[in-house]
Structure formats: C-alpha cells, structure tokens
Design a protein around this ligand. Structure first.
Ligand SMILES: *[C@@H]1O[C@H](CO)[C@@H](O)[C@H](O)[C@H]1NC(C)=O
Ligand SMILES: *[C@@H]1O[C@H](CO)[C@@H](O)[C@H](O)[C@H]1NC(C)=O
Ligand SMILES: *[C@@H]1O[C@H](CO)[C@@H](O)[C@H](O)[C@H]1NC(C)=O
Ligand SMILES: *[C@@H]1O[C@H](CO)[C@@H](O)[C@H](O)[C@H]1NC(C)=O
Ligand SMILES: *[C@@H]1O[C@H](CO)[C@@H](O)[C@H](O)[C@H]1NC(C)=O
Ligand SMILES: *[C@@H]1O[C@H](CO)[C@@H](O)[C@H](O)[C@H]1NC(C)=O
Length: 546
C-alpha cells in the first residue's frame, strides 16, 4: 500500500494544524494586515505608504472582506505578525504598522484587534475551508537604543540576547550574533542557542498555534544568504516547527544562487522556503525591459529540481513586502500574466502579494505597501486571470494527482518556453503586448496528432499537429497559453458553456467525455481512508473534519 495515513488524511479538510502535505495543493494570498481593508463604516482614508504609519486595517476587516480573496480561488491567507510590537514614540523609520517590530510576543498586537477577533478570523477561514498562515519573527526584537529596557520584552533579561555589535556583513559569526537594524532602530538579537530561549520559544509557538487554530507559519528572515550565513542556526527550526505542529515556510533572502537557499529545506531545517531563486529567474526572463533571459529561468528551474528536497512545497511569488512591485519594473501587463502563470502552473505553492491583482506599482519598502481600498476591489483582468488559474489549479489538485507530478521544460525559444506538469502544457512568452505576426513558439508535445486540446484561458480549441506539434502564435500579442486535453476538463467548471456550444454543433463530442487519462481513485484507497480516519479520531483530541 503506497498511501500513508498522512497523505490520505490530506485529502480531507482539517481545521487545525495543517501539514506540509496539506499545504502542497493550496494557494496563498499574502496580506499586510494594516493595508488590506478598513473596518466597516470607517471613512476611506488616503493612506500614503511613504508616511510609514498605520492606515487602519484589522483582523475583523480582513474577515469582512474574505469574499474578495476566496472568489479569486485562494485557499489560504498569510497575514502580518500578530504579536505585540514596539509601542513608543515614532521611530526614525516610522511606526510598526507592518507588525514586524517585536516587543512582548506573549501578547497580541492590539492595533489589529482582540484575541476574539483573531479567533473569529481563523474560524471564518476554516468555515470557508481556507487556511490561516501567520507570520512570526523569532530571531530578534525591536528597540530604539542599543541599551534597551528588556523588562518590556518576552525575554526579560539581557542574558537571553547577544550583546550589541553591528553586523559585519560577510562575516558569518558576526551575522549570527550581532544585531540587525542600525543604531537608530536596532533589532536586539535573541540568543537562539540558549536552551531556555529554545524551550520558551517552543512553548510560546505551540500555545499560539493552538489558541488561534493557526494552520501554518511563515518565518521572517531566518537566514540571509549573501555570504552563506544565517541569523538563526539551522537546527533551531526542526524543534521549533515540531512544537508548532504545522507547516513552516521560511524566508531565506537570496538571489539566483540555488544552493544557499536549498540547504534550508529538509528534515534538518524547514518544510519549505520562499522561492527567491525562482523569483530572480522570473524577473530575468519576463520583465520588460530586462535581460529577457529564458536560459536563466531554465537553468534555475533545472537546478532547483535536484538541489531542493521538494520543489512542490516552495512558495512561488512575484512580489512581497520588501521587493518592488512587478508593475514598478514592468508596466506591460502581459509580462505579469506570463510570469504569474508560471508561478501557478509549475511546481510549488503560488503566493500572491495583495495588490498584485490591482497592478500596484510602488517600488521597495515602504512604497510597496499600498492600501488596497482605493482600488475598490475591482475585478481587474489580473484578478480574473488569477481566479482562472486558481480555479484550474484547485480542480487539478482536488481531482487528480497533478500537484505531485514534477514539471518539465518541453521547449525553449529566445522569447519564451513551454513547461508541462501532469497533462497541462503552459506556453509562455516575454514579447509583451504588441501583436507580432512572424513570431511563434513551436512545442513538441507528447500528445498524439489531432488530440483536441483546450486553452483554459480563452476556451479555444487547439488541435495537435503531426509529431505532437503545437504552435503558439502571437498575432494578438504575447499572451500566456494553458493547454489540456479537452476531455480532461470535465468537472472543472471551466470553459463549460463554450464546450456545450461546440458540442451542440455536433463537432467535438469528445470534449465532454470524461476521460481515463487520469488515474481513478482505487477502491482500496477508500477503505484505507476510513481506517486512517478512525485511527486519527482515536489518537487525536482534535476534530479532523470540520
Ligand atoms: C461588515 O459588514 C459586512 C456587510 O455588511 C458584514 O457581512 C460583516 O459581518 C461586517 N463585519 C464586521 C466585522 O462587523
Ligand atoms: C542568461 O543566463 C545564463 C544562465 O544564468 C547566463 O549564463 C547568461 O550569461 C545570461 N545571458 C544574458 C544575455 O544575460
Ligand atoms: C516605482 O515606484 C516609485 C515609488 O513608489 C514611483 O515613484 C515610480 O513611479 C514607480 N514606477 C512605475 C513605473 O510605476
Ligand atoms: C477544491 O478544493 C478547495 C479546497 O477544498 C475548494 O475550495 C474548491 O472549491 C475546490 N475546487 C474545485 C474546482 O473542486
Ligand atoms: C499582421 O497581419 C495582419 C493581417 O495579415 C495585418 O493587418 C497587420 O497589419 C499585421 N501587423 C503587423 C505588425 O505586421
Ligand atoms: C466516451 O468515450 C467512450 C470511449 O472512448 C465511449 O464509449 C462513450 O460513448 C463516450 N461517451 C460520450 C458521452 O461521448
């Protein structure tokens, strides 16, 4: 029997303590809690990110606006850190509206709401069968001097911190023990090798996850790899994450180098990391203007498959709270659409930073933390694309083993590539919006000649040519194409009307026929599932089905 109880249980929604396997098929919408939505009834304020102060978003206002996220097909949200932040006078770098300036982590950040509000958000997400991922900061706290009064923090004694020294970048020891930040806003470095610190962080995270039914953690800056160094020794994480009992996705900053990031994923480190190498490669390949280097993308893609423990668990993103918005680098929307399609249709968990769907265009921190409300939450073309990508991916995840099948590069060209994951072929290009008559990407697919494919973004039929060839033409501009045999789409709710219409005309009956290309669930699995479920209910105090 090749199914483990864990993998079978992952087929069922769990409202608590989600594992890596349960996260694999999810897609995540990343929120800066202060900037996503205003509370009911409050006046729409003009939120200037340059002011670096609070604009008023709360856990309740996220809860009131979950339709916007769920209607786009997301199955999880990642919110700003929830714990108490620095509360003194405004610092030279503004106020802690972002939630990353830790003070006493045993308390919640009351700017964002009460304990009941956070529980209500968690409960509402679970009612919608969505997951809650919370950002946590473990390696440092925030201060406004290099001689802070430690009694205000969770760790109340100077002995729990490394003594002050400014980081000498490039010196590994210095990077581990010295303080991030600067003399105006130093970030005192917690000594994560101290056994008391390890034990207390463990108890803290176990309690936090349990109290608020958190399903996963995003861990802030647990490593920085310019110089192969890190702020927290790697072996801190397995203990911490097992105490948490949930999926952990770490932020390990880096560029295109795969090795220094890949070493943070695995049994001796974290379940997952944010995929910085892929991000850099997508910028290289798709930004306009840019190096438009498709080989760089293919190179990182191939290296990642061998160097990461499990590319299917990495967090794929195009934007976040530190990086310039995609639209700040590239105003051509087709650049965004093609890169975004890659993050959804390749291996990994798609992570979309709020506002990407509204073409926000701020550059780095703090300008990339725009308020979402001035957009009126419009269903833009980017929002619609994202919704289709999620709907398609959710269908593949729910109904097939697509998410476990490793993506491959089928074809590369100077201005694009085709990847295939499971039965799905995505043909992507960096030529941008202007139509081109004499540009095409010819892809050698494994499909037999005259197989009927459908482009799920346009619902147009494509016929496979001789020797499996398919050809993307760009007479309407450099759009992404996502192709799947028509007969595999049944049950997805996508392109339904169009298929019926075609069928009514008598042409393409096969398109409506549900297929056997996909492995059906063996009946043995169902029996085994019931066995696992009863086992789980006996051995755990938690309701597995909610
Ligand atoms: C805000 O208003 C909406 C719509 O009127 C309602 O569904 C929601 O429950 C309200 N949220 C809160 C936190 O009161
Ligand atoms: C493209 O990327 C490859 C692989 O990273 C690199 O060797 C090559 O020099 C790059 N080409 C350009 C034109 O930047
Ligand atoms: C990039 O961001 C900066 C700062 O927010 C802004 O001044 C500039 O106009 C942006 N560029 C584009 C192309 O939107
Ligand atoms: C897939 O599962 C998710 C989460 O369980 C659910 O929200 C979604 O509606 C399902 N989608 C499809 C297309 O079945
Ligand atoms: C592309 O072809 C169409 C139809 O043949 C023609 O109308 C159009 O001008 C051509 N565009 C370019 C950019 O050559
Ligand atoms: C579906 O395909 C099978 C075999 O390919 C065929 O026997 C059956 O009649 C088809 N069903 C429909 C509804 O077209």
């Amino acid at each position: 029997m090749k199914y483990s109880c864990l993998s079978v249980l992952s087929l069922f929604p769990s409202a608590f303590a989600a594992t890596a396997e349960q996260w694999r098929g999810r897609s995540i919408y990343q929120i800066i809690t202060d900037r996503f939505a205003l509370p009911n009834g409050s006046d729409q304020n003009v939120c200037d990110p340059g002011q670096q102060t609070w604009c008023g978003g709360t856990w309740n206002s996220i809860r009131s606006n979950l339709d916007y996220i769920q209607n786009a097909g997301f199955t999880a949200i990642w919110i700003s850190p929830v714990n108490q932040n620095y509360e003194g006078p405004r610092s030279p770098y503004g106020d802690p509206y972002h939630g990353y300036w830790m003070a006493d982590i045993s308390k919640l950040n009351d700017r964002f709401g009460t304990a009941d509000d956070l529980k209500a958000l968690s409960a509402e997400l679970h009612r919608r069968n969505m997951y809650l991922m919370v950002d946590v900061v473990v390696n440092n706290v925030m201060a406004t001097s290099i001689t802070p009064d430690y009694s205000k923090y969770f760790f109340k004694d100077a002995s729990f911190y490394h003594p002050y020294c400014p980081i000498q970048w490039g010196n590994t020891n210095s990077e581990q023990v010295c303080w991030m930040g600067d003399e105006k806003v130093p970030l005192p470095d917690v000594d994560t090798t101290n056994p008391t610190v390890i034990a207390q962080y463990g108890e803290w995270i176990a309690a936090l996850v349990k109290e608020y039914s958190i399903d996963g953690l995003r861990i802030d800056e647990d490593g920085i790899t310019n110089g192969h160094s890190r702020h927290v020794q790697m072996d801190f994480w397995p203990t911490f994450c097992s105490k948490a009992g949930v999926f952990c996705m770490g932020e390990v900053l880096g560029g295109q180098e795969v090795d220094p990031i890949a070493m943070y994923q695995g049994p001796g480190a974290l379940d997952s990391v944010l995929n910085f190498p892929l991000y850099s490669a997508l910028v290289s390949a798709f930004s306009i203007p840019g190096p438009q280097n498709i080989s760089a993308l293919v190179d990182i893609f191939e290296q990642s498959k061998t160097k990461f423990k499990d590319v299917g668990l990495l967090g794929n993103f195009l934007e976040n709270q530190d990086l310039p918005r995609w639209h700040n680098m590239t105003v051509d929307p087709q650049s965004l659409y093609n890169a975004m399609t890659f993050t959804f249709m390749s291996d990994g968990i798609p992570v979309v930073y709020y506002g990407q769907e509204q073409y926000f265009s701020g550059n780095s921190d703090p300008f990339n933390r725009e308020a979402l409300w001035p957009s009126n939450y419009e269903k833009t073309d980017a929002y619609k694309l994202m919704s289709t990508l999620n709907q398609f991916r959710n269908f593949l995840v729910n109904k097939t083993d697509w998410v476990k099948q490793e993506a491959q590069v089928l074809t590369t060209s100077p201005y694009g590539l085709a990847i295939m994951k499971g039965p799905v072929i995505s043909v992507l290009t960096n030529i941008g919006s202007p139509p081109r008559n004499n540009t095409h990407i010819a892809v050698r697919s494994p499909y037999a000649a005259s197989t009927a494919l459908i482009n799920i973004l346009t619902c147009q039929q494509w016929a496979v040519g001789s020797k499996g060839m398919i050809e993307a033409q760009y007479t309407l501009g450099g759009v992404p194409n996502i192709l799947i045999p028509s007969d595999m789409l049944s049950g997805s709710g996508l392109c339904g009307a169009e298929l019926k219409t075609t069928n009514d005309k008598g042409g393409k009956a096969a398109a409506l026929n549900s297929s056997n290309h996909l492995s059906p669930i063996p009946s043995g699995l169902i029996t085994f599932t019931l066995f696992c479920l009863s086992l789980a209910m006996r051995t755990s105090g938690y309701a597995m089905l909610s």
